[in-house]
Write a protein that binds this ligand. Structure first.
Ligand SMILES: [Fe+2]
Length: 222
C-alpha cells in the first residue's frame, strides 16, 4: 500500500530510529496517485454552514435549502424525463419532438445547476445522485419501455405542473422570509422557463387537423 511505502523513518534526538507519523498530513509530496480513498463526510445532508456574511438567519437558510432540494430533485427528474422522451419518441412528429425534447433537456440542465448552486451558496448540501433523487422526487416514475407521444407529453406536463406549483409556493415563502435571492432565482430561472416549456409541449396535445379543415357545424348537419 502506498501509505506504508511512504511512511519514512528518521532519527529522534536520542538517535533512535522512529517511524514518521502515519497521518496523511505528514506524508511527503509524491507523484504517486493516492487512489481508493474514503473519509468521513465534511457536512451532513440537511445542515447549513454558518455563512454569517449572507445576513440570513440559519433557520431561514435551513428551510430554503430543504425546499430548494425538493425543487432540485423534481427538476433533475424532469430533465431526465426529457432525455428519455428525446431518445424514445416515435411517429410522424419524430424529428420535431426529438429536437424540442433535447432543447428542453438542455435548459433543464441549466435550471438544475442554478438551483444546486443556490443551495450550496446558502450553506446547504445539494442532492446529486440518482438514487437520492429517486427517493425524493414527487414525479411519477415512468416505465423503462417506450410510450406513445401523447403519454410522453402528458408525463412531461404533469412534471412541469408540480415544479410550477412548488416554484410559486417557494417564491412566495422566500420573499416572506427576506430571501430575495432565492425568490429571484425561483421566479426568473425556474418558474418562467417551466411555464414556457409547458406551453411549447402542451400545444402538441391539441387535436388539430393537418390537411382538411373541420367542416362548419351547419354544413356537417346537412
Ligand atoms: Fe441526442
Amino acid at each position: 500500500m502506498a501509505f506504508i511505502i511512504n511512511a519514512a523513518s528518521k532519527e529522534d534526538k536520542e538517535g533512535t530510529m522512529v517511524k514518521r507519523s502515519s497521518s496523511p498530513n505528514h506524508n511527503p509530496a509524491t507523484a504517486e496517485p493516492r487512489v481508493h480513498q474514503r473519509g468521513r463526510e465534511t457536512q451532513r445532508y440537511g445542515s447549513v454552514t454558518h455563512a454569517f456574511h449572507l445576513e440570513l438567519e440559519e433557520p431561514v437558510r435551513l428551510e430554503m435549502t430543504e425546499q430548494l432540494n425538493q425543487l432540485l430533485a423534481d427538476s433533475m427528474t424532469l430533465r431526465d424525463l426529457y432525455k428519455k422522451s428525446h431518445w424514445q419518441v416515435a411517429g410522424p412528429t419524430f424529428y420535431q419532438l426529438h429536437l424540442l425534447f433535447d432543447k428542453h433537456f438542455g435548459e433543464q440542465v441549466e435550471i438544475v445547476d442554478a438551483i444546486a448552486e443556490r443551495i450550496q451558496l446558502l450553506g446547504g448540501v445539494a442532492l446529486a445522485m440518482a438514487p437520492d433523487v429517486a427517493e425524493t422526487t414527487q414525479i411519477e416514475r415512468p416505465p423503462r419501455g417506450r410510450e406513445e407521444v401523447p403519454v410522453q407529453i402528458s408525463r412531461l406536463l404533469d412534471a412541469h405542473q408540480i415544479i410550477i406549483r412548488d416554484s410559486r409556493k417557494l417564491a412566495e415563502r422566500s420573499s416572506k422570509l427576506g430571501d430575495q435571492g432565492t425568490n429571484d432565482l425561483v421566479v426568473s430561472e425556474v418558474l418562467r422557463p417551466n411555464e414556457l416549456q409547458s406551453w411549447f409541449i402542451s400545444e402538441h396535445l391539441v387535436n388539430s387537423p393537418l390537411v382538411y379543415a373541420t367542416e362548419e357545424t351547419s354544413k356537417a348537419a346537412d
